[in-house]
Ligand binder design. Structure first.
Ligand SMILES: [Mg+2]
Length: 196
């Protein structure tokens, strides 16, 4: 993909599927344009996460075994780096609308500023409004009839789907994108060669 915007693949592990009730408990990102990567556990209240959880979500991401006892008391450095990556980027993922909603919940300040007694919104969505969904992109590139999930795209492109950590999901998603971008580039070259 030849874009002036950086493409940043994001995956969040959460304690459920509803951004209004649930929250991100692990975040990973991979800037496919610069190849920089990062992963962090956002500071959160473990009891709250457990109390509000959809048990199935915690089973899939193995929250209790992997995350619950690793929660940092401060995450501002990693969080700041992440926010910087998102500025002006094309946010990419496997169903990135879900991760975008979870990231918005994570980064948006909880308290609205009051200036002269009026609420002022200080937060704006840092990423570009058009997002890049692996499911749609793969369906187009591979001429599929259905919108595939990440596991299906991995199978079709011979990419290791990993073990459901945020980092593994980002790796699998990014590798699928890179394979599809390479395929698109060679198809474009063929088209140019045919035309000349
Ligand atoms: Mg994931």
């Amino acid at each position: 993909m030849n874009s002036t915007r950086h493409i940043v693949v994001v995956d969040t592990e959460t304690n459920g599927l509803d951004p209004r009730r649930h929250q991100a408990v692990e975040v990973a990102w991979w800037n496919l344009t610069t190849n920089e990567r990062g992963m962090f556990i956002p500071t959160h209240n473990v009891s709250e996460v457990l109390a509000n959880a959809d048990v199935k979500a915690l089973q899939i991401n193995r929250y209790v075994d992997r995350i619950a006892d690793q929660v940092p008391s401060v995450d501002s450095h990693e969080r700041g780096k992440f926010a910087q990556q998102l500025d002006g980027c094309t946010l990419a993922g496997s169903n990135p609308a879900f991760d975008a909603a979870m990231v918005e919940k994570l980064l948006r300040p909880r308290h609205t500023l009051q200036i002269n007694g009026k609420p002022v919104t200080t937060w704006r969505q840092p990423w570009h409004h058009r997002m890049l969904d692996l499911s749609n992109y793969a369906a187009g590139m591979l001429a599929l009839n259905d919108l595939p999930g990440l596991a299906k795209v991995c199978e079709l492109l011979d990419v290791d789907p990993g073990d459901h950590t945020a980092e593994a999901d980002v790796t699998a998603t990014g590798e699928c994108f890179n394979k599809l971008f390479a395929r698109a580039a060679s198809e474009r070259e063929l088209t140019v060669a045919e035309l000349s």
